[in-house]
Design a protein around this ligand. Sequence first.
Ligand code: 5GP
Ligand code: MG
Length: 300
Amino acid sequence: MPKGQQKKTPLASSAPEATQAFAHPAEAEFARILDFYGIRWEYEPHSFPLRWEGDQVAEAFTPDFYLPQLDLYVELTTLRGGLNREKHRKVRMLRRIYPHVKIKLLKKRDVLRLLAKYGYGPIGPDELPEIDRILIPPPRLQERVAELARLVEDDYRGLEPVLVGVLRGVVFFMADLVRHLNIPLVIDFLSISSYGQGGSVRIIKDLDEDIEGRHVLLVEDIVDTGMTLKKVLDHLQGKGPASLKVCALLDKQARRLVDVPLHYVGFEVPDEFLVGYGLDFHQRYRNLPFIAIVKHEALA
Ligand code: 5GP
Ligand code: MG
């Protein structure tokens, strides 16, 4: 039973709803950035009593946002000094009374830097006009790659597999995957060119290793129609490996035309054009540390 398949993680394809009414434009802007990164947020979900008069709460503080994935409250600051002093005072009181609560007082220009600390930056939506939003943020990618590695490691212990990647998109996934594999292994790459839709696949650079009688794991970034994978699998099968399996980071199942076996799958993804973490759009965006969706109008 292919274990990778069972743990497949479907991802929602619809963008988060932005129906919240905000008190301040900076809050709407912050929410837009969080949505871009796929970071869940709650707007003013909780008031913390800070001072009591008898049984009555005489003073309370309601932070602007709570980010459940980061377990973090965020209060946005404006440029007006008087208001900021008041906010700083309240945040200090809150920290004293509720020491377990994590809260950050944030200036607009520090937003991306804060998110970067949690693995989400430092590139924001304004620097990526062709990108609609992030589908898989860096921490989720890294977590899933480590999970896949554990499955592969269990299955290939003692077999010294040859991990084969198809250039160029796969190099990021391959590099991260093998770093988590604490077993002896060999890596190799082949390079192909494809001509048009459903066209032929030509091997431009073949393997350097002899894989006859060896256990081969083909590593792919994304499987779409499955045509490329089918051709590559036929090519590798012709070399007489002892076994041949497939590990794909992304599975765009909705567009599958050819039935190909996927033994380990990172994420099932919606029918969108994806970039980042090795995937390109006209050779750009491969270096993004996340998987993102390209805007439909950019593709037209
Ligand atoms: P298939 O032969 O399965 O239709 O196509 C697989 C190849 O098409 C992938 O290896 C990849 O190069 C490209 N591809 C398919 N979907 C996407 C996508 O969403 N983004 C990018 N950048 N490339 C894709
Ligand atoms: Mg407020």
